[in-house]
Design a protein around this ligand. Structure first.
Ligand SMILES: Cc1cc2nc3c(=O)[nH]c(=O)nc-3n(C[C@H](O)[C@H](O)[C@H](O)COP(=O)(O)OP(=O)(O)OC[C@H]3O[C@@H](n4cnc5c(N)ncnc54)[C@H](O)[C@@H]3O)c2cc1C
Length: 390
């Protein structure tokens, strides 16, 4: 079934868009059509995708987008990143998006607080698709309350000894470098530091986890058993890790919001294409007002979100930090994705429940968008505090 893009969903139909944005979109569309879309159903069944995809994504400029030139990146505005996310979403695979992008949630602290040596070697290799990065914050004892994390780093001669465990870590099995949060001081946020750990260091092991969705993304539990971390691999100041983690969340949440919107768009487009082909009771599905209105309802939910996210992108580029709105946009986008996945599956009928299609994957993938990167409840609490509601 050919599924055309709805013109009103195109991020390149906005006033601020330039020729460069359109060229980026065309290049990424080709990349996704050729390298990702034909393979995603099989990758989901395989619960992985080829490592080679990182190099290919780097070659087309995707991995370096928004990062400094001296480390192989291509600086760009937030709208370019939004366009890139939406193009990647068209493959309808949250698993590919999550694993391919796991470096984005660990690389900003490296750029802000890592040594030049780390940037030249590790950041450059990650942006070139030659190494994979993962961020390890969440622990079996809890993920929302980051300030209570229990993994400990004790000072030893020349560095630190790391003990503890992490859970639900994206790219956890096959990453080469892990940015790990650990307690170096007293209780609470003021006692947390960040360390950059390599996969082959003694005492570091991992085990894979099975999930409801995101099958092609590898997710793992990590175990640190007296892992020696040299001083040079502490990122930022001792006990200064919490601020770096929190700062990082804004980018992750905006990107997740764009991703959720991209998947909602796919659901609306698939449902429309199906409704235009499928016939019941002597009429195409789209001829039944109830079905037509369900699709309009999806578009109606997506378009205000698109305007809001584009506006947030512009404000971030102008130097603002709209933390509360980013948190709310992330929650709103996940709800729109959930509703669109539900309605699109309904319109596809039995076909929507069969494995291998984009809508079926998105339906399975939706829940993690309401949990990962800060759950809906935590986003509301953050917004309440930021907006000084009481
Ligand atoms: C597929 C997947 C990939 C992930 N990838 C990563 C990764 O790469 N790196 C990483 O560090 N983490 C990762 N995570 C972890 C994710 O960030 C956490 O799952 C999330 O932060 C929630 O933490 P938790 O699961 O421990 O739930 P908990 O913190 O135990 O919360 C459980 C429930 O209680 C609610 N809750 C908690 N506190 C409150 C409160 N004060 N008021 C109201 N409700 C509350 C939460 O919203 C949630 O619904 C991933 C998770 C998944 C599922």
């Amino acid at each position: 079934m050919h599924v055309p893009r709805l013109e009103c969903f195109d991020p390149c139909n906005m006033p601020a868009v330039t020729d460069e944005h359109r060229q980026l979109q065309a290049a990424l569309q080709r990349f996704v059509d050729q390298e990702i879309s034909p393979n995603v159903a099989q990758w989901d069944e395989d619960e992985t995708f080829p490592r080679e995809l990182y190099r290919k994504a780097a070659a087309v400029g995707l991995l370096g987008l928004g990062y400094p030139e001296q480390y192989g990146g291509t600086p760009c505005d937030s709208l370019s990143r939004m366009i890139a996310t939406l193009e990647l979403c068209r493959a309808g695979s949250g698993g590919v998006n999550a694993s391919l992008n796991s470096y984005t949630i660990m690389i900003t602290p490296l750029l802000l607080a890592g040594s030049e040596e780390i940037k030249q070697s590790i950041v450059t290799r990650i942006l070139a698709g030659e190494a994979i990065g993962a961020l390890a914050i969440t622990e079996p004892s809890g993920g929302s309350d980051v300030a209570q994390l229990r993994t400990r780093a004790e000072r030893v001669s020349g560095g630190w000894k790391l003990n503890g465990s992490k859970i639900y870590i994206t790219s956890g099995m096959r990453a080469d470098h892990y940015l790990v949060a650990a307690r170096t001081g007293g209780p609470g946020a003021a006692g947390v530091s960040l360390f950059l750990v390599d996969r082959d260091w003694q005492g570091f092991s991992r085990s894979p986890l099975k999930k409801t969705g995101w099958w092609s993304s590898d997710t793992a539990a990590l175990y640190f058993d007296d892992v020696f971390v040299p001083d040079a691999r502490m990122i930022g100041e001792e006990n200064g890790g919490f601020r770096l983690i929190m700062n990082n969340f804004n980018g992750e949440r905006l990107s997740m919001a764009c991703g959720a919107m991209g998947f909602a768009m796919v659901c609306a487009e698939e449902a429309l294409a199906w409704a235009r082909e499928r016939e019941t009771f002597g009429s195409k599905l789209i001829g039944h007002q109830v079905v037509r209105h369900k699709i309009v309802g999806m578009i109606d939910a997506i378009l205000p979100l698109k305007a809001w996210l584009a506006q947030l992108a512009q404000r971030i580029d102008a130097g603002e930090k709209p933390v509360a709105e980013i948190a709310l946009a992330k929650s709103a986008a996940a709800r729109v994705m959930r509703d669109c996945a539900d309605q699109a599956t309904q319109i596809l009928g039995g076909a929507g429940f069969m494995r291998g299609g984009r809508v079926e994957r998105i339906y399975r993938d939706v829940k993690v968008m309401m949990i990962g990167g800060g759950s809906e409840e935590i986003m509301y609490e953050l917004a309440a505090r930021q907006l000084r509601l009481g």
